[in-house]
Each structure stands twice: as structure tokens, then as C-alpha cells.
Design a protein around this ligand. Structure first.
Ligand SMILES: Nc1ncnc2c1ncn2[C@@H]1O[C@H](COP(=O)(O)OP(=O)(O)O)[C@@H](O)[C@H]1O
Ligand SMILES: [Mg+2]
Length: 244
């Protein structure tokens, strides 16, 4: 009997037993409206993110996807509820500690690249590592490695204005990965690109994510992208509900 037929079928384990890297508990967020009223954008949202998990947050424009990502990343404060990253309740942390935790544990990718215009691609990618305290030569060589992984070897010295939209987003992916975070929060990362470029950039993001074993939370209104993730949630009327 050949070894091929005798080998047992391999069942790949899911991510279910993996450690929790981020958790949102009863998150509520309201914004004051001009009329003096309150807009309740998120109502008692609960979310658990495990290591290596790929999560899509879908929903109509204005449904609260960005608001949720901002709260998860500690970029905004909920009206009530908690966000835990590892065992830290980020809202209770001092701003300086929260920034440090964000820098070490999370990576962010936005619809608009948010690269610093006066710096080269290599410097932009190295920036979070420099902020973390990595020696410059090491941060720059790490940036080189990541830019190579996203297919930008020949663009190291280019400034954002000299890069195409797809290249800017690939540089933004490399920057988000440079400190090897445990979770990437990506807010419509391909929303500003044409379809073919969006697919290329998305593939790069998934490949790097896989390679580094990073969790990924992606806000998107593109169901084609969402369906490539493990879990899909929808935000509707302030509630987060699982779709699959
Ligand atoms: N800083 C803010 N002040 C007031 N309203 C806001 C603010 N940020 C977002 N909103 C409102 O909250 C709702 C959800 O916005 P957002 O999270 O950006 O939605 P999405 O990302 O799903 O398009 C929208 O109605 C938006 O106008
Ligand atoms: Mg948004």
C-alpha cells in the first residue's frame, strides 16, 4: 500500500481553542447630535478575538464599523463597556501606557494610507519600531524585510506621493506588521482601490497575516472580502451579530 493511501486524513484544527487576544464586553457608544439628542451607534457589543482568527465586520456605511474598530484599538473611549487586550483593560490605562500597548500589540491599516508624506516608504514602515525603541539600523532593516514581503523592494526610497494607491496600502500593511503585533485592525483597507488592485492588496494582507500568525479584524462593506475571513459579523442598528 502506498504511503499516500495509508496516511490518515489530516484535520486542521480551528482557532476556537486559541488564546483570546482581544475582548470587547458590553460596549456602548453614543455621540451627541447637533439637535442636543444622542446617536447610539453601538449597543452592548460583545466580541472575542482569538489568536490567528480572521474576522470581518460588515455593515452599511454609517452603521458603526469604524467606531467599533476605534474602540477596540483604544483610539476612542466607549460610553460604557470594556475592551481588554491580553489582561489589560485599555480604557483604565494611562494614555502613555495605552499608546505603548497599542504600539506593541496592535497594527492599524486605514482606507487612506496615513503614511507620513515627508518620509520614505522605508522610514514610514520603520516608524512604529523606532517609536518602540528599536535601534535605527535594526528598524530600517526590519522595514526592508517587510517591504520585500509586500513586493516593494524597488520602492524603499520613494515618498508616499511617488507611490501608486496600491503601493501605499502595501507600505501601510508593512508598517502595521513591523512590530509583529498580535492583532491587525484594518478599516476598509482596500476601499480606495480599483477592484484588481484591491484584490492584490488583500491577498498580500492575508499572506502576511498567515505568515506572522496575526489575528485580523477587517471592517469592510465588500462581501467578497468578508467571505474570505473565518467569522463574519454585521453591525446593524447598533448590534453586532454573527453571520456564519
Ligand atoms: N466623532 C463623531 N461625532 C459624531 N458622530 C459620529 C462621530 N463618529 C462617527 N459618528 C457617527 O456614527 C455613525 C457611525 O459612523 P462610523 O463608525 O464611521 O460608520 P461606518 O464606519 O460603518 O461607516 C455615523 O452616523 C456617524 O455619523
Ligand atoms: Mg468607516
Amino acid at each position: 500500500m502506498s504511503s499516500q493511501t495509508s496516511s490518515p486524513s489530516i484535520v486542521l484544527p480551528g482557532n476556537h481553542g486559541n488564546p483570546i487576544v482581544m475582548e470587547a464586553v458590553n460596549l456602548c457608544k453614543s455621540f451627541k447630535e447637533g439637535s442636543g439628542g444622542e446617536l447610539q451607534v453601538l449597543k452592548n457589543v460583545n466580541l472575542t478575538v482569538r489568536a490567528r482568527e480572521k474576522i470581518a465586520i460588515v455593515g452599511a456605511s454609517g452603521s458603526g464599523k469604524s467606531t467599533l474598530l476605534h474602540l477596540l484599538g483604544g483610539l476612542d473611549t466607549p460610553t460604557s463597556g470594556q475592551v481588554f487586550i491580553d489582561d489589560h483593560e485599555i480604557i483604565r490605562m494611562k494614555e502613555v501606557d495605552r499608546c505603548s500597548l497599542r504600539n506593541r500589540k496592535l497594527g492599524f491599516i486605514y482606507q487612506f494610507h496615513h503614511l507620513l508624506p515627508e518620509f520614505t516608504a522605508q522610514e514610514n514602515v520603520a516608524m512604529p519600531a523606532l517609536i518602540k525603541g528599536m535601534p535605527p539600523y535594526q528598524a530600517m532593516s526590519k522595514a526592508d524585510v517587510l517591504l520585500e514581503k509586500v513586493g516593494m523592494t524597488r520602492r524603499l526610497e520613494h515618498k508616499p506621493a511617488e507611490l501608486s494607491g496600491g503601493e501605499r496600502q502595501r507600505a501601510a500593511i508593512a508598517r502595521a506588521m513591523v512590530n509583529e503585533p498580535q492583532c491587525i485592525c484594518a478599516d476598509e483597507p482596500t476601499g480606495n482601490l480599483d477592484k484588481a488592485t484591491a484584490e492584490q492588496v488583500f491577498r498580500v494582507l492575508l499572506r502576511l497575516n498567515e505568515e506572522y500568525g496575526t489575528s485580523l479584524i477587517i471592517a469592510t462593506h465588500d462581501m467578497m472580502l468578508a467571505e474570505q475571513m473565518d467569522i463574519i459579523y454585521a453591525v446593524e442598528d447598533g448590534h453586532l451579530t454573527r453571520q456564519n
